[in-house]
Design a binder for this molecule. Structure first.
Ligand code: ZN
Length: 370
């Protein structure tokens, strides 16, 4: 199975320039490939494959000779990334692939192969750049797959290495109604479980999110192009990185706990149409947080032989009484609690939804009847 290992790199000044060249050139090829994909589709209604795009890269190098200073495989890795972005868009109905901006806080490029990790000397050797000092704090064995080199907004470099350790994934464990948990996305809380538990974002993360609003306002108040604006932006991107870390930490712990405690986890596929329409920033952030959480749940479940069940959004999970099945069409978003007119059960809106998500998922699996 595949595992990822991330290490800090300590390039020399010359090497840092080379890494930055790779980052810039790969971003350029990514945007070019995305543009080609869109234009080809607009003109012919057909999709251009990454193999055809790769064949065009040598021509691109003639027009842009600086691309020759960069590892070709890294450039070709970008056409693969564009293709994966489209696959995700179609399969998971995630957002349409975006052009990469120089302003993104984290910049990266792939090294698909021909790199070498030296644990004895604590170096990583990259094509076209050579041996870079690194802190290889965890040893691993296995076949090296794609590595990704990234630069954070603070100017630190990291390499993340995918390793196939040759071990097979554990077989999927059986699950039943009593070993399955349903999860609903909350508005107030981060997640609500069918057990009745509500999991909120940790306090440190909430504080950072509050601070984010303050810093965003500061940026927008500063004059465009001014030094103060640049400074405010720098502070904002440092905070962004901090939030990403805090969020990953919280989500890793929660997903590990859920996957350990249960044999199966049922959740709703996010409503993408609703997401696209929703311009509210807070909502967009929480949607992004949710999808990164689902990714973490899915790969941890794979490692431990657990199952993630997904149900479609068309099921009215919050409007159905989970006890008698009565459909409360009058339920509005502001109603946090409601009483079922048929069986008189009092419902917490989110917990009722989580229980229904679990129910629908198990019905899909023929594990319980209607
Ligand atoms: Zn009822």
């Amino acid at each position: 199975m595949m595992k990822a290992f991330k290490f800090r790199l300590y390039p020399t000044t010359t090497q840092a320039v080379q890494l930055n060249q790779h980052i810039g050139s790969c971003r350029f090829v990514y945007n070019w490939a995305l543009d080609q994909k869109i234009k080809t589709y607009e003109q012919s209604g057909k999709s251009i494959s990454r193999f055809d795009l790769n064949k065009m890269i040598p021509v691109l190098k003639i027009d842009h000779p600086w691309l020759k200073d960069v590892n070709s495989q890294s450039l070709q890795g970008m056409t693969k990334n564009v293709e994966s972005a489209f696959t995700r868009f179609f399969r998971e109905k995630s957002g349409f692939p975006k052009f990469k901006s120089k302003k993104n806080p984290v910049q990266s490029f792939p090294v698909p192969q021909n790199y070498f990790v030296d644990f004895e000397n604590n170096t990583v050797k990259l094509p076209k750049i050579g041996e870079i000092k690194a802190v290889l704090h965890r040893k691993f064995e296995g076949e090296l797959r794609t590595a990704t080199v990234s630069r954070t907004c603070k100017g630190n470099y990291y390499i993340s290495i995918l390793v196939e350790d040759g071990k097979e994934l554990p077989a999927k464990q059986k699950f039943s109604e009593s070993t399955t948990v349903g999860i609903d996305v909350g508005i107030k809380d981060f997640a609500i479980l069918s057990t009745g538990e509500k999991v909120d974002n940790p306090k440190y993360l909430k504080n950072s999110l509050k601070r984010l609003k303050v810093l965003q306002k500061r940026v927008s108040r500063k004059q465009k192009g001014s030094k103060n604006r640049a400074k405010a932006k720098q502070r904002l991107s440092v905070l962004h990185a901090k939030i990403t870390n805090q969020r990953n930490d919280f989500q890793n712990k929660l997903s590990f706990r859920l996957v350990s405690e249960n044999q199966a986890i049922a959740l709703e596929t996010l409503n993408v149409k609703g997401m696209v329409k929703n311009h509210c920033l807070a909502q967009a952030i929480s949607d992004a947080a949710w999808s990164s959480f689902v990714t973490k749940l899915e790969y941890k479940a794979e490692w431990l032989g657990k199952t993630v069940l997904r149900i479609g959004q068309f099921e009215p999970s919050s409007k159905l009484c989970h006890v008698c099945g009565h459909r409360n069409s009058n339920l509005e978003l502001k109603d946090r609690e409601w009483e079922c007119p048929d069986c008189k059960t009092m419902h917490d809106r989110d917990i009722n939804a989580a229980i229904n998500i679990k129910k629908f998922a198990l019905i899909d699996q023929n594990l319980i009847g209607l």
